[in-house]
Design a protein around this ligand. Structure first.
Ligand code: PLP
Length: 396
């Protein structure tokens, strides 16, 4: 159902693909969008049909509806995968994808700059199930080969890293492990499949927290796992066994968000760079963590691998007392403080990776802030931040 068809769709630009994938007006009484199916029970017409079970495309609501298939199909074609499976959150896409591959006694290699709940999953539930995790430096590249043990089953990558935006050399990692029957997974939430398609670079499984830019309006939770031919069956079985198919409303919001992804991302990218460049010139700022800035150490890798940047990056400030930082953040009018990102609104959060890094050290002295630049006008956002810096300086 979600296998991409051969032919012209494979050669279309991703911006065109997000407009057309996963819908067929001729099958929808002419309506532009696919219908929203709500349902648990699916009727089998005959004894033969219920005994054959797998021959019927839809069997039970937990395994998906035609609405699920529409978004899975759209994302699968965009990613160039064999199969896309939706999950109820981005986090569940991560846990389902990892559980698809491991058994007690296995080892996995995990990037040290990974989304923190992924790390907690490895250190708690996965450890309890007898799977060990070795954290590695995001800049390791081909050096990943040195960490492989006989029981290593997969390498998990996320590029750029959560909060700290280190770029990974995905091509070098894929090349280093491919001879060894080890799977490479990638959390690709930051770039979305519009700006980076992991499977085209030899990654086996691409993970997207659709909650962020695909849904794009901060109004639903949704995840997606896209597998290549080699891994499709394992991932499909894991999603079915763990029972993680999302609800219809969320799936519909994902389909709706996907249609405007390319215009929104273009704007997030442009405004994000403009705000980052402005921040770079401020005396309160020590440095930016944004791979699309030429000054960023990951810029070369970003440029070589990615087609664009989203609107999420971090800034490290020069040391300032906590009360000065509070004066800055508490008074912001356009930036909200809260988790998640990828919606139309601008967000800012403080973070401190020293508490959980293990393979690398976080040495920045000043406070670190992650910003999501929404669809607001850049001059207004800069004015909000400028007033924030004035409060910070006055409260020192
Ligand atoms: C937000 C996020 C997730 C988890 O997605 P949810 O939908 O919030 O569960 C996973 N990975 C990355 C990189 C994220 O930013």
């Amino acid at each position: 159902m979600t296998k991409p068809k051969k032919g012209s769709s494979a050669t279309r630009h991703p911006a065109t693909a997000v407009v057309h994938n996963g819908r067929d007006p001729a099958q929808q009484h002419g309506f532009v969008n696919p219908p929203v199916y709500r349902g648990s029970t699916v009727i089998f017409p005959t004894l033969d049909a219920i005994e054959a079970y797998d021959a019927q495309p839809y069997k039970y609501g937990r395994h998906g509806t035609p609405t699920t298939a529409a978004l899975e199909d759209a994302l699968c074609r965009l990613e160039g995968g064999a199969r896309t499976l939706l999950t109820v959150s981005g986090y569940q896409a991560v846990t389902t994808a990892i559980l698809a591959f491991v058994k007690a006694g296995d080892n996995i290699l995990m990037v040290d700059s990974v989304y923190q709940p992924t790390r907690r999953f490895c250190d708690t539930l996965l450890a309890r199930l007898g799977v060990s995790t070795t954290y590695y430096d995001p800049l390791i590249g081909a050096g990943i080969a040195d960490l492989i043990q006989p029981n290593t089953r997969l390498v998990f990558t996320e590029s750029p890293g959560s909060l700290t935006f280190e770029m990974q050399d995905i091509g070098a990692i894929v090349k280093a492990v491919k001879a060894r029957d080890i799977f490479v997974l990638m959390d690709n939430t930051w770039a979305t499949p519009l700006y980076f398609r992991p499977l085209e670079h030899g990654v086996d499984v691409s993970i997207t927290a659709c909650t962020k830019y695909i849904v794009g309006h901060a109004d639903a939770m949704l995840g997606a796992i896209t597998a290549n031919e080699r891994t499709a069956r394992l991932v499909e079985d894991a999603r079915a066994t763990l029972g993680g198919c999302p609800g219809t409303e969320e799936t519909f919001l994902g389909l709706r968000g996907l249609r405007t992804l390319s215009v929104r991302l273009e704007r997030h990218q442009r405004s994000g760079l403009a705000v980052a460049e402005w921040l770079q010139g401020r005396p309160e700022v020590e440095r930016l963590l944004h791979p699309a800035l030429p000054s960023d150490p990951g810029h070369g890798l970003w440029k070589a691998q990615f087609d664009g940047a989203s609107g999420l990056f971090s800034v490290i400030l020069n040391p300032a007392p906590r009360k000065a930082l509070a004066a800055m953040l508490d008074g912001l009018e356009l930036f909200g403080m809260g988790y998640s990102w990828g919606g139309f609104e601008s967000l800012i959060i403080p973070f401190n990776p020293t508490r959980y890094r293990t393979a690398t050290a976080w040495t920045a002295e000043g406070p670190a802030l992650r910003l999501h630049i929404g669809l607001d006008e850049v001059s207004d956002l800069i004015a909000d931040l400028e007033a924030g810096f004035e409060r910070l300086n006055a409260a020192r």
